[in-house]
Write a protein of this length. Sequence first.
Length: 563
Amino acid sequence: MATIDNTVDIKPRKINHSSAKGWLVIAFSIALLVMLPLLTILWLAFNPTENIWPHLLDTMLPRYIKNTLILMLGVGACTIFGGVITAWMVTMCRFPGRAIFEWALLLPMAVPAYVVAYVYTDLLEYAGPIQMMFREAFGWTLKSQYYFPEIRSHGGAILMLSLVLYPYVYMLTRASFIQQSVCVLEAGRVLGRSPWACFFSIALPLARPALVVGVSLVLMETLNDFGTIDFFGVHTLTAGVFDVWMTQGNIGGAAQIAMVMLVFVIGLLWIERASRKGQRYHGTSSKYQALPGFKLRGWKMWAAIWICSIPIFFGFILPAGVLLFYAVGHWEVSWTTQFFEYARNSLLLSASAASIAVSIGVVLAYALRLHGTKGLTVATRLASVGYAIPGAVLAIGVLVPFAWMDNTIDGIMRAQFDFSTGLILSGTAFAIIFAYVVRFLAVGLGGVEAGLSKVTPHMDDAARSLGATPSAALKLVHLPMIRSAILGGGILVFVDAMKELPATLILRPFNFDTLATYVYQFASDELLEECALGALTIVIVGILPVILLSKAIRTSRPGHDNS
């Protein structure tokens, strides 16, 4: 998830202090450790034990790439349409319920895509209540007697992913609309432009950088998805990684498919950067009073209400309602010691990952504040690229070096002490936590950097003049001032880790499940009712960042009164 920040980054003075150099060494060491999975994937792809790249290229890879492109194009188009239109309406239009829609349109973000896929498949498949209702109403007895869209298809996967991913586009474009100057919008109105003409010719071009960032995040999440595409039988690159590794037992081939996925990721990052190159927009005055609202009446008012209600209903209310119905109806089956065990595993793993990620974020961000060197900046940015790496790809980069270290340690102990250490890193909860930290470090780091950017460098000067070391200044000055930013970043990491499925499926120890893997296994066996309580728990936890993000967007306009 992304955070919203409208502050100006003030570059602090470099500090030549002996303890400050220690921060530099620690930051570089952490950055290299976090980059280990990425380096491992590169090494495996170019040095496979059994090179099946020609076979992949001739057989499965074109199909994987084609399906991935279809999915990304479809989800991208749907989320752009839904996210931009709803963002403009709740920002610039005035109609009943607008204040509720502002935050409610973020709610689908709390629901994992695979959970939505399970719910709608249960409702819309041949044996589901919707088709049964049609058959009873019209007297049909065979499926060949009527047509009903197939939910387990490319179109179904695109729809499921779009329902829960459009908030990324909505969130960032709305923040951009909120921060736009009144002057340019009023100029358009003076020149006789209608509200929609102002939208297409003024507001949307100004919001293009934010829109591109939002779509990039959507496409990266689409590339990362496994639960939905596996359940619907859509063979994308992510499914290819699982198939080649788990079914064929060829980790080198899986790493080569992972390299193709990384090419997609790099392409998305390049497009996002290129789209913003030279595209800088600045307000021409400090006129940041309330934005001019367009009062909607009649059919336009009802149309706006319906347009904003549809994604909320189908993306959150209906799935959450179905899960609640199933959870209550099958309470005795779900409320078991196993559920508590899975919930405890999820909470411990996510809390550990969140704590470590924000702690590393503090170290990296503070080292950058002390030493704004180009080398450290590049290393830090590479360390935070894990958010763009799909979970299945990341799992390969974690498991291989951990297994090598386990085998090395075990070999030494057997040779020297005739004692087997077994699995210390791979096949343990530590591997999952490490993968979570690498994947979501960017979220924690972004929150810390946003908080530190608001602390003037004069605070550092004052602390040093009083004889405080950089470490003491961090403890006594900076940490108390950025406490809320650290907490916000930690919550976002926690919730993202609770929902992570691909990496958890690959790295989890034997007989070890989280709520995400528990829901995946039961729903895949058409037992959604029995795991509904677990899915509902994930959804409820996911509402936390929605509250934070809604508040951040609402208060992001310059001149906003926080009181």
